[in-house]
Design a protein around this ligand. Sequence first.
Ligand code: C5P
Length: 237
Amino acid sequence: MPKLIVALDVDSFERATRIIERLKGIDVLYKIGHEALFRYGEPLIASLESLGLPSFMDVKLYDIPRTVAAGVRALVRPNVRIINVHALGGAAMMEAAVEAAAQRSAELGIAAPLIYAVTVLTSLAAEDLGELGLSGGPGENVIRLAGLARDARCAGVVCSVQEAYDLKSFFGAEFGTLCPGIRPAGTAHGDQKRVATPREAALAGVDYIVVGRPILEAPDPAAAARAILAEMEGVHA
Ligand code: C5P
C-alpha cells in the first residue's frame, strides 16, 4: 500500500506545527517544499527530528553535479527519507546526488535517504516541451527521463498516477513512484488537473502519494488522513 506524504504547504512554522500535532500517531511523512524550507526550514526540520517524524525534502535540485552533491549533503539528516532532483539535470548530476546521499549518511551512521527524480513538471504541456527543444509529448519524455534516472541509481521518480502505472510495467515494480495530484472522491480538485483517488494510486502500485489541501483544508485533518489510508488498505496492485 502507498505511504502517505502530507505536504506542509502552509506559510508559518506555527501552522505547520498545528497540522503535525493534529496528525499525531498517524503513519505519514511530511513534505517540506520551497515555501516551508525558505520561510521556516530550520525549526521545522529540527522539530520533525526531535519528534522522530520522517520527511521528504521536495527541493527539486538542478545545478552542476558538485553543487547538487553539496546540497544533498547538507540535507541528509536522520529523519529525511527522500530528497528529489530534476532528471533534466542529467545523469552525472543524478549520480552525484545518489553518491552524496550514500556518503553523507554513512558518515553520520544513518540510513541513506532515497533520491527521487522529477521527470517532466506536470505544469508543462506538449507545446512547452517543444519550446524547450524537447521533441515528443510529455509521456515519451517521462519514460526516457525515468530510464535515465534509474540508470543513475535514483530510487524512483515523481509522476502522476497514470504515468506510474506505465512506469511500473516498463521498469518493474522495484522502481519507485511518488505521486501528487491525489484527490479522495468528493473533494475539490483546486488547480490539479490529472487527479487520481487514493484507491487508484494503490491499484497502480504507487509507492508514495503526496496530499496537501484535502488534508490541510479539512475540518478534521486527522480524519481526512485516516480516511485516505483506509481507502488504500487492502488494495493490491
Ligand atoms: O494540495 P495538493 O494535494 O494539490 O498538494 C500537492 C503537493 O504536491 C503540492 O505541494 C504541490 O506543489 C506538489 N506537486 C504537485 N505536482 C507535481 C509536483 C509537486 O502537485 N508535479
